[in-house]
Design a protein around this ligand. Structure first.
Ligand SMILES: Cc1cc2nc3c(=O)[nH]c(=O)nc-3n(C[C@H](O)[C@H](O)[C@H](O)COP(=O)(O)OP(=O)(O)OC[C@H]3O[C@@H](n4cnc5c(N)ncnc54)[C@H](O)[C@@H]3O)c2cc1C
Length: 468
């Protein structure tokens, strides 16, 4: 039986790509007529770039984006300073190393990320059923039914990736717990601009106060800028180009900039909310349907993509009946991550680019499922790398990389100066190396989503873990 995915945003598209390459039958439904045209989330974090590499879309993402530019603060037309993203956020910078192939985040408008994932889905033989709204969901012990305007669709599982206002979440009676900020709103959109030079996040102010800014981000491969402006709740601008022009002039004190060709505009209120369950029976939630928060630190789209990547291989094991219990681990692993992201983005939101204090990293490479139900590490004296951690990249004597070996929907076994057990898995024999501070004789089992499932010196333990 099939899987129904409700919502073809970045989360639903990622899940669909992963299921398509595993030949799991699915239907991906979206009420919209096509890919959303707005730039919305424009930063792919380092861990997401690794997922993109695995899904075969990294080259397209590279071609369609650019490294994050400097932030440039203006007082009127005068440039006061230029700072990097990490300086603005107070987050640590990563240096390039053999274990981290993509040390920098990547600026790319969400419409292009979605187009790239959509193209990949079609290459893999999948498709989106546009103009197909899910109105209600019913389930019993044997199946789940998505009721659409075009009729019912029966499935083994249904995943709600239908965004913050999720119909699926409401249909299964899951609360969205948290708050909406009453004191502020954000106006955001895409517009073309004449009069600005250089590729920056241009922070326009009249008096040099970052808190009173009108930001204009160059969007790579496009002559559009994303404008972002925070407003007090009592200020309700019209969603028109003239209103945006007036706000820009008020905030920047400039009359020499010409804003034109408004392509997308949205006024939204900050919500910090998440669900207390990711699954009810045969229905699961992922992405914004399960958690929403400030865009500060650019975590939203990235967390949705990671949800989907965590879920894909588990859903495949449930659908083909090899390991239905694996699905239980999805919530156990991803709920703590969402809770953390709510806290991190709220902290960065409060700091509001004023710098000063330090913030935790936003690259998502340090997310670990160490405390989760799938992490097995039975060594008496474990090193830095533990089961549950992201498996680092590494160079192989052949000149290829560990990530090349991990690419695809399979588990990979790393045998560190250990004999190859007969587990029916792709196995690499190698010596302890950078990132892998393990003793000779150790096995490291890498899951399909690039996390370490087990570290052990006992091949029989692995066989039991994999149920082979
Ligand atoms: C105005 C705005 C600005 C944002 N800016 C930023 C930013 O600057 N930085 C950042 O990190 N994040 C930002 N975000 C958040 C980011 O865009 C989201 O985290 C990301 O889009 C989540 O992806 P998703 O696939 O989970 O959900 P979505 O992208 O919301 O996709 C949900 C999909 O489900 C479809 N759908 C909804 N209901 C149904 C239904 N009943 N039946 C069928 N289909 C349905 C929708 O049409 C949509 O295609 C912004 C969000 C918004 C709304």
């Amino acid at each position: 039986m099939t899987v129904v995915i409700v919502g073809a945003g970045p989360t639903g598209l990622t899940l669909a790509c992963d299921l398509a390459r595993r030949q799991v039958p699915f239907r991906l439904l979206d009420k919209a007529p096509g890919v959303f045209p707005g730039s919305r989330a424009k930063g792919l974090q380092q861990r997401t770039l690794e997922v993109c590499a695995d899904l075969g879309v990294l080259d397209a993402v590279r071609a369609g984006g650019a490294p994050f530019p400097e932030f440039r603060l203006y007082r009127g037309r005068e440039v006061l300073w230029e700072r990097s993203l990490s300086e603005m956020l107070g987050t640590p910078e990563l240096s390039a190393s053999v274990t981290v192939p993509f040390p920098d985040p990547w600026l790319i408008p969400q419409w292009r990320t979605e187009e790239i994932l959509h193209r990949r889905l079609v290459e893999l033989g999948g498709q989106v059923e546009w103009n197909t709204e899910v109105l209600a969901v019913d389930q019993d012990a044997d199946s789940v039914i998505a009721h659409t305007a075009n009729g019912p669709i029966e499935a083994a599982y249904l995943v709600g990736t239908d965004g913050g206002h999720s119909t699926v979440r409401k249909a299964i009676g899951v609360d969205f717990i948290g708050d909406a900020a009453e004191s502020e709103r954000t106006l955001i959109g895409d517009v073309r601009v004449r009069g600005l030079n250089g590729r920056y996040c241009h922070i326009l102010t009249g008096g040099g106060d970052v808190g009173q800014r009108f930001s204009l981000w160059n969007l790579p491969g496009s002559d559009y800028y994303q404008f972002v402006v925070s407003l007090p709740a009592e200020q309700t601008p019209e969603l028109t180009l003239d209103a945006v022009r007036r706000l820009c002039a008020q905030r920047s004190g400039r009359t020499d900039l010409e804003l034109f060709d408004l392509r997308w505009i949205s006024l939204y209120r900050l919500n910090v909310r998440m669900v207390d369950r990711y699954r009810v029976g045969r229905v699961l939630l992922a992405g914004d349907a399960a958690h929403v928060h400030s865009s500060a630190g650019g975590q939203g789209l990235n967390t949705g993509i990671q949800d989907a990547y965590n879920l894909g291989w588990k859903l495949a094991a449930a659908v083909d009946g090899t390991d239905p219990g694996l699905l239980e681990t999805y919530a156990a692993e991803r709920m703590p991550v969402a809770a953390n992201v709510l806290g991190l983005s709220s902290l960065l939101h409060q700091q509001d680019f004023r710098g000063g204090s330090t913030a935790p990293a936003i690259h998502q490479l340090d997310i670990s499922y160490r405390d989760g139900p799938l992490a097995l590490d039975d060594r008496a004296d474990p090193g830095t790398l533990r089961a549950g951690d992201r498996a680092p990249d590494g160079l192989l004597p052949s000149g290829t990389t560990l990530f090349d070996a991990f690419q695809g929907p399979h588990h990979t076994l790393l045998a560190f100066d250990a004999p190859t057990p007969n587990l029916g898995l792709p196995t690499l024999t190698l010596s302890p190396c950078e990132g892998y501070d393990v003793s000779p004789g150790t096995y490291v089992l890498v899951r399909p989503d690039g996390y370490i499932g087990a570290i052990t010196e006992n091949a029989a333990v692995l066989a039991q873990y994999l149920r082979v």
